[in-house]
Design a protein around this ligand. Structure first.
Ligand SMILES: Nc1ncnc2c1ncn2[C@@H]1O[C@H](COP(=O)(O)OS(=O)(=O)O)[C@@H](OP(=O)(O)O)[C@H]1O
Ligand SMILES: Nc1ncnc2c1ncn2[C@@H]1O[C@H](COP(=O)(O)OP(=O)(O)O)[C@@H](O)[C@H]1O
Length: 398
C-alpha cells in the first residue's frame, strides 16, 4: 500500500521504518511495516506538504467496528469478497450521473459504490451522496433492476489514481467498473445551482440532482465567509463591525464576527506573531468560519492574515461547502502608521515589537480578492456599502 503523509512525519517514519495508523481518537488500527519511500521526499520547507511511502499493512488493535459507531451509513459498508460477480459497478464520491447509469449493462445487476473520504474536488459529503444513492437504488428496483449500494472508505486524489482505485474496488466486489462515454459538465451544473443557467437536468437522475442542490443551495441560503485582510490599522475591524451590524439589522442572514484582536484573546490565546503562530491563528479562525458557513451561517473574519498560502487554505476549506469572499483592505502603510491607534507602529519602529506586519514582518497583498477597499479615500459607510453591495449583487442577500 502507498500513502501520502505530511513531510514532517515522513522524515521520522523513514528513520524508524514503521508507521502506525490510528483512528481519530488515537487508537491504533493498523501498522505499515517494511517502509520504503515511494517517491523522492519533498523540499525541506515542506512546500507540497506531502511525502509518499509504501509498505506492508499489518492489522493491529481492536477493529473500531467492534467498539463503537463508524459514522453515518456505516451499515452500508460491506467487506468485499467478490459477492457481486457479473454486476456493473458505478464507483464515485459524487452523486451518480446519468451517463454512468447508461454505460452499465441494462440487463445485468448494478452495484452503486459510494466513496467516503477526503475529496480533491468540492462536492456533497458522503452521507448526502449515500442518501441520494439509496433513493436511486430504490427507484431502479421499482423499475425491475437488480441494484445494490455499498459505502467504501477511500480518498479522492483528483488524478489518474482515482480510476485505478475505482477499478480495484469494483474488482474486489467481483464487479466490472462501468466506463461512461461522457462525463457530466460540472461547470454547467454549478452555473445551474447558482441560478446563472438552466440546470442540466438530463445529466443527473433526480435524487442525484437533489443531493447537489442540498449541498449548493441558492446563494441566499448558502453559507458564507466574508474574510477581511489588511495591515494593522487598515480598518478591517471597523468595516467588518459595520458590515456585521448591517447584516444583523437586515436579519436575513445569521452572522458571527470573528475579529482578529478578539480571537487572539480567546480562541488563539497564547499564540505569538511568528509565521507558525500566525498560520495556526488563521487556520483556527478558518476552521470555525468554515463550520459556521457549512451550517448555512455567515462568518465575518477580520485578521491581518498576511500570508497568501494560508488564506488560500482557508478559502479551500470554506469552499468545500460554502462561499468565500476575500476583502482586501488596502489602506497604505503610511496611513495605517499615521493612525497608529494603539501606538504599535511607533513601538515597532523603535524596535520594541519584533515581527510587526509591514515593518519587520511581511504582508503579501492578495491577488485573488473579490473586493479591494482603501479606507484612506472611503468613509466607513462607503466601505461598508461596497461590501454589502457585493453581497447584494452576488445574490447572498436576495
Ligand atoms: N507583531 C505584530 N504584528 C502584527 N500585529 C500585532 C503584532 N503584535 C501585536 N499585534 C496586534 O495583533 C493584532 C493582529 O492580530 P491578527 O490575529 O489579526 O494577526 S495575524 O492574522 O495572525 O497575523 C493587531 O491588531 P489589528 O490592529 O486589529 O490588526 C495588533 O493590534
Ligand atoms: N474610512 C475608514 N474606515 C475604517 N476605519 C477608519 C476610516 N477612517 C478612519 N478610520 C479609523 O482607522 C482605525 C482603524 O482601526 P481598525 O478598524 O481597528 O483596523 P484593523 O482592524 O485593520 O487593525 C480606527 O480608529 C478607525 O476609526
Amino acid at each position: 500500500m502507498s500513502i501520502d503523509i505530511p513531510a514532517g512525519i515522513g522524515e521520522r517514519v523513514e528513520q524508524s521504518g514503521r508507521l502506525v495508523l490510528t483512528d481519530p481518537e488515537g487508537a491504533p488500527v493498523a501498522e505499515l511495516a517494511d517502509i520504503q519511500p515511494a517517491r523522492p521526499p519533498v523540499p525541506a520547507d515542506g512546500s507540497t506538504g506531502e511525502f509518499a511511502v509504501t509498505g506492508r499493512v499489518v492489522r493491529t488493535g481492536i477493529p473500531a467496528s467492534t467498539t463503537d459507531s463508524d459514522g453515518p451509513y456505516s451499515w452500508l459498508r460491506l467487506p468485499p469478497s467478490g459477492q457481486f460477480e457479473g454486476a456493473s459497478a458505478v464507483v464515485s464520491h459524487d452523486p451518480i450521473d446519468a451517463y454512468a447509469l447508461q454505460a452499465a449493462d441494462p440487463h445485468g445487476p448494478l452495484l452503486l459504490v459510494v466513496l467516503d473520504g477526503p475529496r480533491a474536488r468540492p462536492g456533497p459529503d458522503a452521507p448526502t451522496v449515500a442518501r441520494a444513492t439509496l433513493a436511486l437504488r430504490d427507484q431502479l428496483r421499482e423499475q425491475g433492476r437488480h441494484a445494490d449500494a455499498v459505502l467504501v472508505p477511500a480518498p479522492q486524489y483528483g488524478d489518474e489514481r482515482d480510476e485505478h482505485l475505482a477499478e480495484t474496488i469494483a474488482r474486489a466486489y467481483g464487479a466490472r467498473l462501468v466506463r461512461p462515454a461522457r462525463r457530466p459538465d460540472l461547470a454547467a451544473l454549478f452555473a445551474g445551482l447558482d441560478g446563472r443557467a438552466v440546470p442540466p437536468v438530463d445529466e443527473w437522475p433526480e435524487p442525484s440532482l437533489h443531493a447537489w442542490q442540498r449541498w449548493r443551495p441558492p446563494r441566499r441560503d448558502r453559507g458564507l465567509v466574508v474574510f477581511f485582510t489588511g495591515l494593522s490599522g487598515s480598518g478591517k475591524s471597523t468595516v467588518a463591525r459595520a458590515v456585521t451590524d448591517h447584516l444583523a439589522e437586515d436579519g436575513r442572514r445569521r452572522v458571527t464576527l470573528l475579529d482578529g484582536d478578539v480571537v487572539r484573546r480567546n480562541l488563539s490565546a497564547g499564540l505569538g506573531f511568528s509565521r507558525a503562530d500566525r498560520d495556526r491563528n488563521i487556520e483556527r479562525i478558518g476552521y470555525v468560519a468554515a463550520e459556521i458557513a457549512r451550517h448555512g451561517g455567515t462568518a465575518v473574519c477580520a485578521p491581518i492574515a498576511p500570508f497568501a498560502a494560508t488564506r488560500a487554505r482557508v478559502r479551500q476549506m470554506v469552499e468545500a461547502h460554502a462561499d468565500f469572499l476575500l476583502i482586501y483592505v488596502a489602506t497604505p502603510l503610511a496611513e495605517c502608521e499615521r493612525r497608529d491607534r494603539k501606538g504599535l507602529y511607533a513601538r515597532a519602529r523603535a524596535g520594541e515589537i519584533a515581527d510587526f506586519t509591514g515593518i519587520s514582518s511581511p504582508y503579501e497583498a492578495p491577488e485573488d480578492a473579490e473586493l479591494v477597499v482603501d479606507t484612506s479615500d472611503l468613509t466607513i459607510e462607503q466601505a461598508r456599502d461596497a461590501v454589502i453591495g457585493l453581497l447584494t449583487n452576488g445574490g447572498w442577500l436576495d
